[in-house]
Design a protein around this ligand. Structure first.
Ligand code: SAH
Ligand code: SF4
Ligand code: F3S
Length: 472
């Protein structure tokens, strides 16, 4: 057993990051033959991307994917621990799986992802979920074949969750979610330690992939016909800082842009690291999408300070205005937390004021959730649940107003959409504009993966409706 340790997870040394190549010993290559797997992914794009690697590894050793967990020989939960309700969802699923395992004795159930990195979760597993087969963390995905094999032999709970600063593994055989758009990790981990956030503990130290590895991956995707790449990291703006003296996200974006892939996106940007050079590059290249996710978290300087965000409301607004001025048609979205410890009515009103100043195109809004091990955990969570909910409601009402206001500007415009798929309910095609607006329109499946022109007929709060103008 290797158990996670929050104290170790907090450590940040100057030790160099090890880059290893994926390889698998020959005796493990066939262990999944004739067997099936189901994987459920919770949380952010980082987890989605990891699940693509996990699927790739499982298929490499012979497993086949199924989409009904009751039919699978192996069920994996790739979990998220950003807020308490994310943990609750995974525990709920474990309840259902326990039931299934009572009927299907050979079923293998594994848990991985950010929850696995939490000491408190592992303690719960060791007492209440001993029937699980194995748990692994965010740093040792490539041990999965070994864990499955050991489990087939010994059939008892194995926990292997190292709390390390983390390494980088190249060459994992991925099974991508889409054939036309892909996530590309550029930086792992996070060193920001915002006081409310569990991510620096679950994902380790901030570590950039080499530009050569990133470019190689994107070139290969382009060759396969991919139209869009999203450069991924908890804070992509910090790209290169740990690796190069003189190469940053602006340089990487420029280099990727010149590869000629149709659409380039990047998430997430911490306002603190946003440079003028980056804004200029985004403005200059047409294939870098004018859509920026720029989490503000709160509009009160007192709360921002307590959150450890390292910028003021004024800094944010200055950056916001600069981006709006320099990048034509840019859309800006954000994340906001209400009910952070000690947040007063007046702090909250400052958040509302900020929304009324910035008119965000989209916003993800959350009630603060206490996470064990973080700095804010020790602050008194002194705001009543009812008050937090009222604040969230008012905030949502305010942000929604601007979503609609911004979307109304699209009426009768002709926009380019990369078609993602068909909506099962409405049977309409859907996809996103360059500015990341979701658009639904009638059309046929052969258009999936293509960039087409659509005329917007009906803007709504969370999406737009349109009709195809031309198929190229
Ligand atoms: N790296 C990104 C955020 C990743 S987490 C950034 O810094 O911008 C996504 C969002 O979840 C955060 O922006 C924040 O709004 C929210 N979040 C993180 N921890 C939270 C917590 N403990 N309670 C409530 N919301 C939280
Ligand atoms: Fe969490 Fe802050 Fe890092 Fe984002 S930047 S992942 S909110 S610690
Ligand atoms: Fe959740 Fe981990 Fe992402 S906590 S939000 S899955 S980095």
């Amino acid at each position: 057993m290797i158990l996670p340790n929050l104290k170790e997870a907090k450590k940040r040394t100057k030790d160099p990051v090890l880059t290893k190549q994926f390889n698998i010993s020959n005796d493990l290559v066939l262990i999944g033959q004739g067997k099936s797997y189901y994987i459920k992914t919770y949380g952010c794009q980082m987890n989605e991307r990891d699940s693509e690697d996990i699927k790739g590894i499982l298929e490499h050793i012979g497993f086949k994917e199924v989409f009904d967990y009751e039919q699978a020989d192996l069920v994996l939960l790739n979990t998220c621990s950003i807020r308490e309700n994310a943990n609750d969802k995974a525990f709920g699923m474990l309840g259902r799986l326990k039931h299934l395992k009572q009927q299907k004795k050979d079923l293998i159930v594994g848990l991985c992802g950010c929850m696995a990195q939490e000491e408190i979760v592992i303690n719960q597993i060791l007492t209440k979920y001993k029937w699980l087969n194995f748990v692994f963390g965010t740093h040792n995905i490539i041990n999965l074949p070994y864990l499955i094999n050991q489990n087939m032999i010994f059939n008892k709970l194995m926990i292997e969750v190292p709390s390390i600063e983390g390494n980088i593994i190249e060459g994992i055989p991925s099974k991508r979610l889409f054939n036309h758009k892909a996530f590309v990790n550029i930086i792992y981990g996070c060193d920001k330690f915002c006081t409310y956030c569990i991510v620096p503990y679950t994902r380790g130290k901030q570590r950039s992939r080499t530009k050569e590895d990133i470019i190689k991956e994107i070139k290969a995707l382009k060759k396969l016909g991919y139209q869009e790449v999203t450069l991924l990291g908890q804070n992509v703006n910090a790209y290169g800082k740990d690796l190069y003296n003189n190469y940053n996200l602006a340089n990487l974006l420029e280099e990727v842009s010149k590869l000629g892939i149709a659409r380039i996106r990047f998430v997430t940007s911490h306002p603190w690291d946003f440079t003028d050079e980056m804004i200029d590059v985004i403005a200059k290249y047409d294939n870098i999408m004018p859509a920026i996710h720029l989490p503000i978290q709160s509009g009160s300087n007192r709360i921002l300070k307590l959150m450890g965000r390292r910028y003021t409301k004024e800094d944010y607004i200055t950056l916001f205005n600069k981006i709006k001025k320099k990048i034509a048609r840019v859309s800006i979205s954000t994340d906001i937390i209400v009910g952070f410890p000690t947040e007063t009515e007046s702090d909250f009103n400052e958040t509302i004021d900020l929304v009324n100043t910035c008119h965000f195109d989209n916003a993800f809004t959350f009630i603060y959730s206490k996470r064990v091990g973080t700095v804010a955990f020790k602050m008194e969570d002194n705001i009543q649940e009812k008050v937090k909910e009222q604040r969230l409601q008012l905030l949502n009402k305010t942000v929604n107003k601007y979503f609609l206001q911004n979307n109304l500007k699209y009426e009768n415009q002709i926009v380019e959409i990369l078609v993602d798929g068909i909506d099962l309910k409405t049977k309409q095609l859907y996809g996103y504009t360059d500015t990341n607006k979701l658009v639904y329109f009638p059309g046929t499946e052969n258009l999936i993966g293509h960039i087409i022109k659509v005329k917007i007929t009906k803007p709504k709060t969370w999406s737009l409706e349109g009709i195809i103008q031309s198929e190229n």
